[in-house]
Structure formats: C-alpha cells, structure tokens
Design a protein around this ligand. Structure first.
Ligand code: MGD
Ligand code: MGD
Ligand code: MO
Length: 718
C-alpha cells in the first residue's frame, strides 16, 4: 500500500501493509500492519474495507505480541523429555521431514494408512492453510478422514433444514432493522464488527434484545435480556409461535406463499402453552408473551444467531426451530430483515479443486472417518487399525477438545507418533514428538471467504517468515516429496491454488480475479446492494419454501417439525444425573481470547485475569461461596478450579465459564474442557460444549490453604 515518506532520512523505512486476520471469527478483518525495518510495530483495522470499518478487536490490536511471542516456535524441534513436559531440542527441517516421512512409512507398512490421523480445524481460515495441500496429501495417503464437527455442524445442518442453505441477512443491512435479537450470540465479544450496524439501527430507534442464559457483554448493552435455561430455546420459540399464531399476529400472505407445513405447525405448537414453556425454560410466561408480540409487531426484524445455540445435544433442532420464526412473521424479503447464522453459503469458491477428494479413489475403499470431538476415544479405544500417527495443525486439541481427560491420556501414549505444526508452544505442542514452526498471517499468502460478511480477500506477507517457519501448504508439499507421492497437484504454488479457488462460473464471483485482489485486497461478492437474500422467493429446500415441516428430516430420522427435546444433561433429560450435578454449565467464548489463541499473550491474560465461574447468588449462598473464592467444579468426567463471580449474570442453577484457557495456565493443569461433554449433537455430529451438568463447591473443602495460594499465584502476574 502507501509508503509513508521518510522525512528525516535517518529513520528506517516505515511501510503499511494489508493483512487478513485468519482467525475463526465471523468478521475476517482486513488489518493494516505498520512495518518498520521488517518488523510489525503496529496493527490497525483497515478503513476502506467496509466490514472492518477501521477498527480491530481487542485481541488483534496487540498482534505484535503474538508474532514476536517469547514462546514462538522458530525452528523444528524434537522431543527430548516426557510427553507433555515441553522439553525439546532444535533440529533442521531436513531432519524433521526425514523423521516424519520415515515414521509415516513405517506406520503405513505395519498398520495401514488409516492408522494416521490428520487433526486440524480453523486456526487459520485461509482457504489454502485450512484445506488444500494438506487434504491432497492425506487423501493421497489414504489416512483416516477427520469429521470437523467441533464448531458449527449442528447449527449448519439445522438451519439448512429450515432455510435450504447457510445464507442469511446481509449484515451490512442491519442498520435498517427495527428489532435486533442476538439469540445465542455475543457479538460484542465474538462478532464485534456487527456492532456498528446494530448501533446505527438503534440510533434510528431499533430495539435490541438478547436471548442468552448468560448476561454477556452484549446483553449488558441490550434493551431486553431473556435468560432461558441452556438448551431450552426451542421451547421458548415454540411458545412464541403459539402466541403469534393464536393471536393472529403472523404474516398470512408470507406464510401462504413462502412456507411449507403451516397447518401442521399450528396444531403442533398448541402444547407449548406459556405455563409449559415457563416450566421448561425458566422464562417468565408474561415476558415470553410480550416478547412474542413485540417480535410479531416490529418490522423489519433481524435475528443474529451465531453458534452458541448449536453447542448442545439438541443444538441442531434449536437452531432449526428459531430459524422458523422470521418466516412466521414475514421478516424476510426486505433489507435488515430475516436471520443470520452464517454467510458461508454465499461463497462459491471452488474448494473441491483445492481439496481433491478424488484422490481418495486411489484406494480400494474409502478410509474411515473419525469425529474430531471424539479424539480421546479415538486415541484410546479405536482399533483396526489403532491410531499410531497424529498430525496436528491449525488446532490446539489439548486445550479445545471436550472431555480432556481422555484426550490427554491419548496424547500421552508412548507408542503414538505426534507431529504438531504450530506458531507457539501450545498445550498440544508439548505432547509432540516433532514440532514444526508455522508462520502467522503476517508472513503468509492466502485467500479468504468469511462467515460473517460477503467479501473475498487476498492476503500477502507483510514481513519475512519469523525464524524458519513454513506455511502449511509448503510443509505438505515437502512431505509429499519425502513420501515419494507423485501427482502434479503437489507442485501447485499458492498462486496456482488461489486461481483454482476463484475459477468458478458462479456469477457471484464474476470479475473477482487474482489480479484484482492483488490490487484491491478485498472484493465484495457480486450481489446486489442492498442484498436481500431469497428476494426471488426461491428457497433451496426440497419444497422450494421455508420448511416448518421437513420431510427430509423425517427421512433422516428426526422430528419433521420444530420441537423441544430435552438436552442430554438437563433436569428433564437426565433426572438422575441432575440430582447429583444440579448446575448447568455453559463455556462460551471469552472476550480476550479467540478459542485458545491469544490465551498466552500477557496483555490478554492481564485483561481476562482469572479463569472464572459465574454463579447465581442463591446457588453461591447455598454453598457458602463468596465472590472471589476459589471453587472446584466437577462431574463424572473430571474437575477444574475457578474463581467465583457471584451475582445475577446467570440465573439460579446455571453457571458460566468464559473459555478457552490453556491447561498449562489453569490451576492443577486442567481447563474447563475436562468438564465438557464429548456427546454428539442431534445433527451434524456436532460438539456440545454448553450441555454439561456439574456440581460446585468451595475449593477449600478439598485443598489446603497452601494449594489455594499456589493457584492464586498463577494469576498474580496477570
Ligand atoms: N472474543 C472471541 N471471539 C470469538 C471466539 C472466541 O473464543 N473469543 N471464538 C470464535 C469462534 S470459533 C466462534 S464459533 C464464534 C463463537 O461465538 P458465538 O457463536 O457467539 O458462540 P458462543 O460464545 O459459544 O456462544 C454465544 C452465546 O450463546 C450463549 N448460549 C449458550 N447456550 C445457550 C442456549 O442454550 N441458549 C441461548 N439462547 N444462548 C446460549 C452463550 O452464553 C454465549 O453468550 O466466535 C468466534 N469469535
Ligand atoms: N469449552 C469450550 N471449548 C471449545 C469451544 C467453546 O465454546 N467452549 N469452542 C469450540 C470452537 S467453536 C472451536 S472453533 C474450537 C477451536 O479450537 P482450535 O481450532 O484449536 O482454535 P485455536 O484455539 O484458535 O487454535 C488454533 C491453533 O492454530 C494455530 N495456527 C494458526 N494459524 C496456523 C497456520 O497457518 N498453520 C498452523 N499449522 N497452525 C496455525 C494457532 O497458533 C493456534 O494455536 O474450540 C472449541 N472448543
Ligand atoms: Mo468455532
């Protein structure tokens, strides 16, 4: 970009470079790095990129701390201590690649390629880093396939049953909304670039409602906060539908023209009387009725779903159910109306060309698929073949996967060969036999779509690689060479693959070329402005309409109508468990961390302070707990320690911990995921991080004063 003139001549050259934020967040920002003498000295939000709008979140504003972190991995490393101890010695890339290829070849010879498991997620959302050469490599090899379910699959499947695609309201039209509902979403923390649009709407008189069991940072700004018990939103929505239908407040014309199954829905919702809904959700019946009337009266209305709702054993159904509401009141079809789970479905990038699943056809049978949320079980219990090689990249499983007791036991296996490709010495890297250094986005080339806006962006390096770091695509290209994999696809450069991703006949990508992105960095998908999804009245469902009733769900063994199914760990779903563990624990995203990323940065640790557990005053009083006390939370899966935050941010019987702390920075070495469940959601085999029952007590009941003082000391520097 622009070069700031060097007026004094003695000063080193200062440049501004555009860099795309790669983290797993709806906002996918365009950042401006100030680079002096080849070093990033400042990071700001790009002013021209409309969705970034010139500002950054609190985390990325301090990105230099991450790029030049004291725990940055700068060379390949070989383990010399026990697994988990974090004792390594530097080795050359040549030795690292030779070792990995030799071990992989030996594992394949002895156990078959399926004994190797790639393990990755969206630590880098760049299309190349996320899924390109890596997939080609493992597909060619015939390694076990990984089902990447940890975040969004349940909600994605649920929303799609109702709407037909992961397409929703253009966030840039939200300024036009008159009623905005953040439903299981916390945009102030996890989608902060939506807030200017929400604030613009509010300036014009819009109401802002938050539906969340936790009074989040977003809820603190809302006009109205509704706090259902976790996992009960479908009942809430069905109760609202009953009010809206029975009081004749629904949009008859819209329902008639654009929906399928209304009569069945009308009958079905009758059981969700206000009293029944109050008993399930804990939401006062009058409040629910008022909310339903408000929702039916105000247009255009916008529901911001994000992935909070979907992290439950009934999460798919909750998202599918809430997604029915806009259709009932005819919220679609105007700017600022409708709902948004993800904009992902609008990006027609040619991902198949990057991932090359056709390479699987080399093998006599399709390799098995392992669900990533079952990593612990996979490492400990799967046979035929047993997992003998694990290759981790873009992910920190030792911190982020549920039911950590099992995961850590698995990673400790002496006979497991583990490679971790990382930027920093994470909890997971400590268990690696070989650690490989990865670049940050400031050192990398990639192309980005987004799940919270409609821009394609190209990332180019702003600085040289720190240390000897190599991007994912290069490492897999080198490994393919060492494994003697011969296929022209392994020769593709980053530019080749970006061009492949953009090669699409879809009109939404028309005119978005590599050359244009080189010049402009970002390009909005070719969509009308304002973009009103489904404006043509065509919904990509089987019936072509928004489906209140879904025959496809019936065929898939699900309830064809929206419904409330008690979650697997709840008062109704598991009364015996509930009698032992009466606190419903949710573990949503912390404001100053991005999953486990940034949770090692001194400035962010200072801001996040302690791993806390928010408890209702009545639950605390019952247990003799006061604000600031150290607590032990436990269930059959494990135990973890937190500092009590007592008050009314959660209702009675609910607790909230903001995640994800590293184990190596958690008391006694266990973060909240030692408590979370690895049960699969009702749809998409998704993760269920917010469906957990626990019991809570004062830590002093089982720990000595000295032990508690030691825990406290961990955080004194924060
Ligand atoms: N600062 C920050 N930003 C992030 C992340 C981060 O860790 N930190 N993570 C990124 C990633 S990977 C993702 S997927 C998104 C996640 O961000 P979100 O999609 O917002 O997901 P969560 O933080 O899990 O949950 C959102 C809200 O849902 C609430 N919730 C939990 N259970 C229920 C329920 O049953 N009903 C209702 N109504 N609400 C419920 C939680 O209390 C929380 O306030 O954010 C991204 N952005
Ligand atoms: N308790 C609880 N647990 C949760 C959640 C929750 O709400 N509660 N949320 C879940 C959700 S939604 C998600 S998405 C997952 C996310 O979990 P992860 O996918 O593990 O995400 P991060 O913790 O951000 O870790 C990503 C890692 O990738 C590394 N990385 C970044 N770029 C690159 C690259 O180019 N190459 C390589 N090799 N590595 C790179 C980063 O340094 C970082 O350590 O966590 C889940 N875990
Ligand atoms: Mo996520």
């Amino acid at each position: 970009m622009t070069i700031v003139p060097d007026r004094t001549r003695q000063l080193p050259l200062v440049e501004k470079k555009r860099v795309v934020c790669p983290h797993d967040c709806p906002d996918t920002c365009l950042m401006n790095a100030t680079v002096q003498d080849g070093r990033v000295i400042k990071v700001e939000g790009d002013e021209e990129m409309p969705f970034t709008g010139g500002f950054l979140c609190v985390k990325t504003r301090y990105y230099q701390e991450r790029i030049y972190s004291p725990i940055r991995i700068t060379t390949p490393l070989k383990r010399v201590g026990a697994k988990g101890a974090g004792e390594f010695t530097p080795i050359s890339w040549d030795e690292a690649l030779t070792t990995i290829a030799a071990r992989f070849k030996a594992i394949i010879a002895e156990h078959s390629a399926e004994a190797i498991l790639p393990f990755s997620y969206a630590g880098n959302m760049g299309k190349l880093a996320y899924a390109s050469m890596d997939r080609r490599f493992f597909h060619y090899m015939g390694a076990s396939l990984l089902d990447r379910t940890i975040c969004s699959t349940a909600g994605g499947v649920g929303y799609t049953y109702t709407m037909g695609a992961k397409i929703g309201t253009d966030p840039e039209t939200v300024g036009e909304s008159k009623l905005i509902i953040a439903w299981g979403a916390n945009p102030v923390s996890s989608n902060v670039h939506l807030m200017p649009f929400i604030n613009e709407a509010r300036k014009r008189g819009a109401k802002f409602v938050v539906v969340d069991p936790h009074r989040s940072k977003t809820a603190e700004q809302a006009d109205l906060v509704i706090q259902p018990y976790p996992g009960t939103d479908a009942a809430l929505a069905l109760g609202m539908m009953r009010v809206i239908i029975n009081e004749n407040l629904y949009d008859k014309a819209f329902v008639e023209q654009h929906t399928f199954g209304f009569e069945l829905l009308r009958q079905h919702v009758q059981q969700f009387t206000p009293e029944h809904v109050e008993a399930i959700t804990g939401v006062n019946a009058t409040q629910m009725i008022d909310f339903a009337r408000m929702y039916a009266a105000i247009k255009p209305s916008f529901i911001r779903l994000n992935y909070g709702l979907n992290r439950h054993t009934n999460g798919g159904m909750m998202v599918r159910t809430v997604a029915c509401l806009p259709a009932l009141v005819g919220a679609w079809g105007v700017p600022g109306g409708g709902a948004l789970l993800s904009t992902g479905g609008d990006f027609p990038l040619n991902l198949a060309a990057l991932e090359r699943t056709d390479l699987l056809n080399r093998h006599p049978k399709r390799p098995r698929t392992i669900n990533m949320i079952k990593l612990g079980e996979a490492l400990l219990e799967y046979s035929n073949p047993r997992v003998m090689g694990l290759y981790v990249y873009n992910c920190n499983p030792a911190s982020v996967v549920p039911n950590l007791t099992k995961v850590i036991k698995g990673l400790e296996r002496e006979d497991l060969f583990t490679v971790v490709h990382e930027q920093v010495m994470t909890d997971s890297a400590r268990y690696a036999d070989i650690v490989l250094p990865a670049p940050t986005t400031f050192e990398d080339t990639d192309i980005f779509a987004a799940y919270g806006h409609l821009y394609v962006q190209l990332n180019r390096p702003a600085i040289n690689p720190v240390g000897e770091s190599k991007p994912n695509i290069e490492v897999f290209r080198l490994l393919a060479e060492r494994m003697d994999y011969e296929d022209p696809c392994f020769n593709d450069s980053a530019e080749d693959m970006i061009r492949q991703a953009l090669a699409s006949k879809d009109p939404r990508l028309e005119g978005i070329t590599y050359e244009r992105l080189e010049k402009e960095s970002f390009a909005r998908l070719n969509l009308p402005r304002p973009y009103v999804p489904f404006a043509d009245g065509k919904y990509p469902t089987p019936s072509g309409k928004i489906e209140f009733y879904s025959e496809k769900m019936l065929r898939d063994g699900l309830d064809p109508l929206p419904n409330h199914n008690p979650s697997a760990e709840s008062a109704d779903g598991s009364p015996e468990l509930f009698s032992r563990y009466p606190i419903r624990l949710v573990t949503p995203a912390a404001h100053h961390f991005l999953n486990s990323s940034f949770a090692d940065m001194p400035t962010m640790l200072k801001k996040q302070r302690f791993p806390t557990l928010e408890l209702n005053s009545s639950d605390a009083a019952e247990r003799g707990i006061q604000n600031g006390d150290w607590l032990r939370a436990f269930n059959d899966r494990g135990q973890a320690y937190f500092v009590a935050e007592v008050g009314d941010s959660v209702t009675q019987g609910v607790a909230c911990h903001l995640s994800i702390w590293w184990n190596s920075r958690s008391p006694k070495g266990w973060n909240c995921n030692v408590l979370t469940s690895d049960a699969e959601a009702d749809m998409g085999k998704g993760a269920t991080f917010h469906t957990n029952l626990v019991q809570v007590e004062l830590a002093s009941r089982t720990l000595t004063i000295a032990e508690i003082a030691a825990m406290q000391a961990l955080y004194e520097r924060n």
